[in-house]
Design a protein around this ligand. Structure first.
Ligand code: SF4
Length: 200
């Protein structure tokens, strides 16, 4: 039976050496690549080879987890894209190191866009930072599930440091209060805005 492995690159990036190593692994195990929401997938490998392939992944590349903070998609942002209003790398790196893989009641996807063109589809993530000329806009509770919904805007004009503080509060709050299989948008409806009255 065929199966697949979804890869996650540390800091939301793959170096050339990591990609070369992943290509060699795909060749070795007869797979091909497919892009999916949570990362790059090596697909079409034999089920019996899956654990071997995972054990041979290059340093800094892991498999995507299926529960918890399992998706971090950031675009290249200001300085790397002519449309960018905000730099994305520092915030993405912080989220990756501090929160990626944390256990939460259901999946938690985070998107960071350098501008409102929103290439990472951030508005349908559980936590979205979207660059504007005045800072990051923060939207919470988006999803693409059975009832797709855009996130609700909870804050505007955030600096990178304020955004780090906001994401800490949101993920901690979700980890502590989320009920089994409750997405962040539902928790927001049930308990209200955890950033209300908080000075970021
Ligand atoms: S969201 Fe904006 S800054 Fe990011 S890649 Fe797209 S156009 Fe560029």
């Amino acid at each position: 039976m065929k199966t697949s492995v979804i890869l996650h690159g540390l800091h939301n990036e793959f170096t050339l050496d990591q990609m070369k190593a992943c290509i060699e692994l795909a060749e070795k195990y007869g797979g091909s690549f497919r892009h999916v929401v949570t990362g790059i997938q090596i697909t079409g490998i034999e089920k019996d080879d899956k654990e071997k392939l995972i054990s041979e992944l290059p340093e800094g590349v892991t498999t995507v987890i299926h529960r918890g903070v399992n998706s971090l998609i950031a675009c290249v942002g200001k300085g790397y894209c002519k449309n960018g209003q905000m730099e994305t790398k520092e915030l993405a790196d912080y989220v990756e190191r501090k929160h990626y893989g944390r256990k939460t009641s259901h999946k938690c996807k985070i998107g960071i866009s350098g501008c409102g063109r929103n290439c990472p589809d951030a508005m349908v993530k559980d936590i979205a930072f979207i660059g504007t000329s005045q800072g990051f806009m923060l939207a919470v509770g988006g999803n693409t599930g059975m009832r797709p919904e855009a996130g609700k805007i909870l804050a505007r004009k955030l600096t990178v440091e304020q955004s780090k503080k906001a994401v800490d509060i949101l993920v901690d709050w979700y980890a502590e209060h989320g009920e089994p299989r409750e997405r962040m948008g539902k928790l927001l409806e049930r308990l209200g805005n955890p950033l209300e009255g908080v000075e970021l």
